[in-house]
Ligand binder design. Structure first.
Ligand code: FCB
Length: 491
């Protein structure tokens, strides 16, 4: 199996430069992604309420994981909120048929909950964005939660640490389905719950900044509670759509999880590291996928996350899903988004290693990897020449083609990211965009090499644009239409 996969990877490497639009069906989704806090700015515009991303970045202005962010925050960011029309034109020029963005919860509900009133201006903004996209032939893929819990709910009951969040999230989702669902046919409830729970409640490098050194929080129990409330919120919103909206809006609701490929650090015959790979998948992907498929946490997690620690000599308790919650959770997605960026090694880690106990040690593995780095301080010409990104995209497209040939039901690919923007703990020192933003000159936008290539790639052999209710075509499959219909799709 492993060597089979390796030869498939080399195949993808060798053939990447020949990848063509016509290698994919006409209705294959080709898009780029963004998220509200990272791109919008307008943090107080038209009565928007604060989110925990606002309060976190203002509370920890110097926070950095790898670089100094220089006090960066997303208050202004790249001003997508006020330059929305200009940015939709950029998307159109890139030739994408879809755009993935997130709605800022506190722009719709400034106080987080319905009883505090909704913002008509906030709703109006997203109505305009959706209309503008559709008028330009671009299908909206809308994420409801990309980590920006309304600050009011964080202050009232500690946000996702409380099960009270489930009702407030469902009410927020309800407003979005009602207001936008006549035109939005693809919903993503949560973006990367793993990153939110791990970054926000174990490392403390993302909002709300708990669990890290010298921070409040408890990385031994909080991430598990947060994961539990995230999953229940997702499932409840999914069921609400099924019951109240699906029959007439005819859209799809999914979730986006992240995962990466893990390889045993000390080689494929090192038993402890092979086991570490297993644990790594369980603690990163299985943490959310198993509740969504089996209604419970992965077995390894059930066993390891309750082991006594010096703070909990009698052991810990993982939140338990009731029978009703399990029923609500199982198969609560019409498609699955998978975010992936890099491959990692997994190495067995003795829980007695000198790192803080908790989620990080429960899995008995550690990992490493390399994000897509862009050096700060590059000249305009250098920054636009993103050959690294271009090759990365080509290889991934080739890998998707291969996966489809192997009957994986892949329906689309969103590249992260649409344009350079605020990158959480890196601030503006790392650039993920296909569009270069000149931070020194009025945030002017310029296409990078990858954007120009993507435009050329997408214009080749284009026959029909994406259908409004996207259905999967899998030409290599021998499955019956019914079998394909019943399968969740992968983005
Ligand atoms: C993903 C996040 C996204 C961005 C990229 C680089 O994990 O969902 O917001 O930060 O990484």
């Amino acid at each position: 199996m492993a060597s089979g996969m390796m030869s498939e990877f080399s195949y993808a490497q060798d053939h990447a430069s020949n990848i063509k639009r016509s290698d994919f069906p006409d209705d294959f989704i080709f898009g780029v992604g963004s998220s509200a806090y990272q791109i919008e700015g307008g943090w107080r515009a038209h009565g928007k309420g604060l989110s925990i991303c606002d309060s976190f970045s203002l509370r920890y202005p110097g926070l950095s994981l790898f670089y100094k962010t220089g006090g960066a925050n997303g208050c202004r960011s790249v001003e997508n909120y006020s330059r929305m029309k200009e940015d939709v034109q950029l998307l159109k020029k890139m030739g994408v048929n879809s755009y993935r963005f997130s709605i800022s919860w506190s722009r719709i509900l400034p106080g987080g909950k319905v009883s505090m009133g909704k913002s008509l201006e906030g709703i109006d903004h997203y109505n305009k964005l959706i209309d503008e996209l559709l008028a330009n032939g671009i299908e909206p893929f809308v994420t409801l939660f990309h980590w920006d819990t309304p600050n009011a709910l964080e202050e009232e009951y500690m946000g996702f640490l409380s099960s009270k969040i489930v009702d407030d999230f469902v009410n927020y989702a309800d407003i979005c389905f009602w207001e936008f669902g006549d035109r939005v046919k693809n919903w993503v409830t949560l973006n990367e719950p793993y990153t939110f729970a791990y970054g926000g409640y174990v490392q403390g490098i993302y909002a709300p900044g708990r669990g890290g050194k010298n921070q409040d929080g408890d990385p031994q129990v909080e991430p598990y509670i947060v994961a539990y409330n995230l999953l229940n919120s997702h499932a409840a919103a999914y069921r609400l759509y099924q019951e109240n909206y699906k029959s007439f809006q005819k859209g799809k609701v999914g979730i986006t999880l992240n995962c990466n490929y893990f390889q045993p650090y000390r080689g494929s015959s090192h038993q402890q590291d092979i086991q570490a790979v297993d644990h790594a998948y369980d603690f990163k992907f299985g943490w959310f996928m198993e509740p969504l498929t089996k209604g419970n946490w992965p077995e390894n997690m059930q066993r390891l996350a309750i082991i006594p620690t010096s703070d909990y000599p009698n052991g810990r308790v993982l939140p338990k899903f009731s029978i009703d919650q399990q029923k609500t959770l199982i198969a609560s997605y019409d498609f699955l988004g998978i975010n992936y960026y890099y491959a990692s090694f997994a190495q067995y880690q003795d829980p007695s290693d000198e790192i803080p106990l908790g989620y990080s040690t429960d899995g008995h593995f550690k990992k490493s990897g390399s994000p897509d780095k862009n050096d700060p301080g590059k000249t305009y010409e250098e920054a636009r020449d993103d050959t690294y990104r271009l090759n990365y995209i080509k290889h991934h497209l080739e890998a998707i083609k291969l996966a489809r040939r192997n009957k994986v039901n892949v329906m689309g690919y969103f590249i992260w990211s649409f344009m350079d923007s605020f990158e959480w703990s890196f601030g503006y020192n790392i650039r993920f965009g296909m569009i270069y933003v000149d931070y020194m000159n009025d945030l002017q936008r310029y296409p990078k090499r990858s954007a120009v290539w993507f435009r050329k790639f997408l214009s080749e052999n284009k026959k029909v644009s994406v259908k409004s209710n996207v259905t999967q075509v899998n030409d290599a499959s021998n499955k019956t239409e019914q079998e394909i219909e019943n399968e969740p799709e992968v983005l």
